[in-house]
Design a protein around this ligand. Structure first.
Ligand code: F0G
Length: 464
């Protein structure tokens, strides 16, 4: 067994350590999050990131094919024969010159990391391969998650493809986009629709796992985040190992931002990068706990001694006002992000910033991403809308290199896309009443025509 990796509580005053094979989602002593920690001195780490390019030649081997495990020396908690991979992480960094002017960047400076290319259509597969590998090492037979849709699609996909364990899925009833629900159902995940939202489902799944011993697949699981570090390795790879100035990522449960920060902390510690990109985490204004806590309440990492009183007061006020998350970006419709503290660590280490962008700007940005021929779901476009906001504010300079993470595929949420493009005026406002989306400046309206050639040709030429 691997004795060079273990788990440790992130609170420096606790710092209790646990065996690699312990199945825990939080420190049993103090309730804080856990990290996977490596004894790098005793591990064989390449001297340069360019080492990983050689792995491309070995694509017939499943571990080298995986966009996660071909970086296995940087995620070294499993022996190669224990790894469970389904071919995740075949994604790309695309230079987006046609989108750069919309964001306000000089051509050549905007990049989109398109995670919609994963098997289940979102970035979650990067983490799921990590968690499934750990689940296999511990002998788990049942795994559960709460989800706004993508985690559940990924869990069900891995369970079906591997046959390793049974997938149990908790979703808020009516709270997940149809593309994602259809995946969970088709892949055979046992799907429990709870009367409540994601925050309710997240609380219940933890109770259910504690009581029954089911393996928890949410990003509270530190092995999920180990896999998600690979998204950053691939961004660096796409840029010839030169870190960009900015990484911009949507923030929901804050797993990605937490994983990205850990990746850069470790890369710097290992001497594999000489510069750390700043990470911008983007909430929707309808689910903006992180933005409020950081920008209004001044919450900070504070060397790991986060002021819990500020967080408790904030949540108490939220409950008093019965304030629920509500956003058209349903994937990030989350008001109690479980990885909050790890995300604060990322912001601290990278000189990061947080912004909340309105749903209107998210859907406008989404339409513009679509015009690049990529397409993404609404939550993903928060990264582009956020980069645009930060450019407008002068925080990002036009000459800086920016990588926006597109977390999920366009087809995950076709309803939002079709509504944006096809509705007008009151109809649009009615359909989007919950989301404060009133206009669709970048809509590409379908054109009606009667069933005769003249009408069709007229529609083609004149737009109906
Ligand atoms: N983008 C998409 C497409 C997502 O599905 C999620 C999270 C996020 C962004 C936010 O990422 O949680 O790492 O900050 N979806 C989770 C789910 C919550 O259940 O699928 P995060």
């Amino acid at each position: 067994m691997n004795d060079k990796a273990f788990q440790r509580c992130i609170d420096p005053d606790c710092a209790r350590t646990f065996d690699l094979l312990d199945v825990l989602s939080k420190c049993p002593d103090c309730g804080n999050l856990l990290d996977v920690i490596y004894d790098w001195e005793r591990l064989d780490v390449p001297g340069s990131l360019a080492f990983f390019e050689e792995r491309w030649a070995g694509r017939s081997r499943p571990l080298d094919f995986s966009g996660v495990w071909r970086f296995r020396e940087l995620i070294p908690f499993a022996d190669p024969d224990q790894v469970l991979t389904i071919g995740e992480g075949q994604t790309m960094l695309k230079r987006a010159d046609t989108l750069a002017p919309f964001v306000g960047l000089d051509p050549g400076n905007l990049f989109l990391q398109y995670e919609g290319l994963n098997l289940s259509g979102s970035f979650k597969d990067n983490g799921m391969t990590g968690a499934f590998t750990h689940a296999r090492m511990t002998g788990a037979t049942r795994a559960a998650c709460a989800s706004t849709g993508n985690t559940s699609a990924s869990l069900a996909c891995f369970a079906a493809a591997s046959g390793l364990l049974e997938a149990i899925i908790f979703v808020g009833s009516g709270k997940i986009a149809y593309g994602k629900l259809s995946q969970a159902l088709d892949y055979g995940g046992r799907t429990v629709q709870i009367e409540g939202d994601f925050d309710d489902a997240m609380a219940r799944v933890q109770e259910a796992c504690d009581q029954t011993g089911m393996y928890l697949m949410n990003s509270l699981n530190p092995f999920r985040l180990e896999g998600q570090k690979a998204i950053m390795f691939r961004v660096l790879e796409g840029l010839g190992w030169q870190p960009p100035d900015w990484i911009v990522v949507p923030g929901g449960n804050l797993g990605n931002s937490s994983a990205f920060g850990k990746a850069f902390i470790e890369l710097e510690q290992l001497g594999l990068i000489d510069r750390v990109p700043r990470i911008a985490v983007i909430n929707s204004t309808g689910a903006d706990t992180l933005a409020r806590l950081v920008n209004d309440e001044g919450l900070e990492w504070n060397d790991g001694r986060v002021d819990d009183a500020v967080i408790d007061r904030f949540y108490a006020r939220m409950d008093e006002q019965d304030r629920r998350a509500r956003t058209v970006a349903s994937a990030i419709e989350i008001n109690r992000p479980v990885n909050l503290k790890k995300c604060l660590r990322t912001l601290d280490f990278t000189g990061g910033v947080v912004r909340a962008v309105p749903d209107q700007e998210i859907l406008d940005a989404k339409a513009m991403v679509g015009r690049c021929g990529i397409g993404c779901e609404p939550a993903s476009a928060a990264s582009v809308a956020g980069a645009r906001t930060l450019r407008r504010e002068g925080i990002i300079e036009p000459g800086e290199r920016v990588a926006c993470i597109l977390t999920g595929h366009l087809l995950k949420d076709p309803n939002a896309t079709v509504a944006y493009h096809s509705l007008e005026g009151d109809e649009l406002a009615d359909q989007m009443a919950d989301f404060e989306v009133k206009t669709n400046e970048f809509a590409n309206r379908p054109v009606p025509a009667t069933n005769d050639l003249d009408s069709i040709l007229k529609a083609i030429e004149e737009g109906g």
